[in-house]
Design a protein around this ligand. Structure first.
Ligand code: NAD
Length: 271
């Protein structure tokens, strides 16, 4: 099997596919020869995006396990198999911890983390059963790799997505599975994430965040990120990095942790 076979002529599902990175991934997968189902909570943009890129559309709320199950049932009935799943739907909410409410945490974790957990628990067994070379891509963020003020809720969800993805990837590798997992860790991408409140249900409603929702940095085109995702699926990469210039920030966090270990070792040696 050539690496390209993991994308061309495959059946792919992309959550959060009506906008931004999900739409960029869906476009890149379609251009690479996959049949794509985009799934999203926002019905209007979902229908128009699907018509524009020639994808199927299914409404889903990834924070709701039954809704994700219904998405999987629909795709399986329609196509008979599922090869690629991109658990990408997500929301952003940056605010100092003192301004974050429990509703903020419930919303952000509900979509960003539970969305990925629902996606993994629902789709992974189907991909394992129906695909001979399946692949799953979970969208985390650079906010899953380093700490910064304003990120308590968002980074909590994204660190956890990195952890879930790394763990399952290792387990599948150890089991010799034909299915693999990548975790996408983008820096800034030019999307509608700063306007995430548009999709916030009343049950977890809160005040809109006061902090600037767009951190400084080089903003990439979502379609470019989609192309990196397609390349990573073909290559079987564990991590999909979009902003190599952000390595020093990750190194800085690791260095602080390493320094604490070194200090602990020194303290043990000191009588
Ligand atoms: P976006 O707002 O353009 O797209 C997110 C999509 O998810 C939207 O279409 C939205 O309707 C959908 N969505 C929201 N809640 C949903 C729910 N409960 N169920 C189903 N769909 C839902 O934003 P984006 O930047 O493209 O975000 C995509 C992913 O990328 C998110 O996981 C986000 O955290 C991550 N990310 C974005 C950036 C960035 O700079 N834009 C950086 C790192 C990570």
């Amino acid at each position: 099997m050539t690496a390209a076979d993991r994308v061309a002529n495959r059946i792919a599902v992309v959550t959060g596919g009506a906008s931004g990175i999900g739409l960029g991934i869906a476009e890149a997968l379609t251009a690479a020869g996959a049949t794509v189902v985009i799934a999203d909570i926002e019905e209007g943009p979902l229908a128009s995006a699907a018509a524009r890129i020639g994808a199927d559309a299914v409404r889903v709320d990834v924070s709701d396990a039954a809704s994700v199950q219904s998405l999987a049932d629909t795709v399986r009935e329609r196509f008979g198999r599922i090869d690629i799943v991109c658990n990408n739907a997500g929301v952003g909410h940056l605010a100092p911890f003192s301004d974050l409410t429990l509703a903020d945490f419930r919303w952000v974790l509900g979509v960003n983390l539970w969305g990925v957990i629902h996606g993994m628990s629902t789709f992974l067994p189907i991909v394992q059963e129906t695909s001979d070379a399946g692949w799953i891509v979970n969208t985390a963020s650079m906010a899953g790799l380093f700490d910064a003020p304003g990120m308590a809720a968002y980074a909590a969800s994204k660190f956890a997505v990195v952890a879930v993805s790394e763990t399952i990837a290792q387990e599948l590798e150890l089991a010799g599975s034909a299915v693999g997992v990548s975790v996408l860790v983008p820096g800034l991408v030019n999307t509608a994430i700063a306007n995430s409140e548009r999709n916030r249900p009343d049950a977890v409603r809160g005040a809109p965040p006061q902090l600037d929702q767009i951190p400084p940095g080089r903003a990439l085109d979502p379609r470019h990120v989609g192309e990196l995702v397609v390349e990573a699926i073909r290559a079987g990469d564990r991590y999909i990095v979009t902003h190599p210039e952000m390595l020093p920030i990750v190194r800085d966090r690791h260095a602080r942790i390493e320094a604490a270990f070194e200090a602990a070792a020194l303290a043990e040696q000191t009588p």
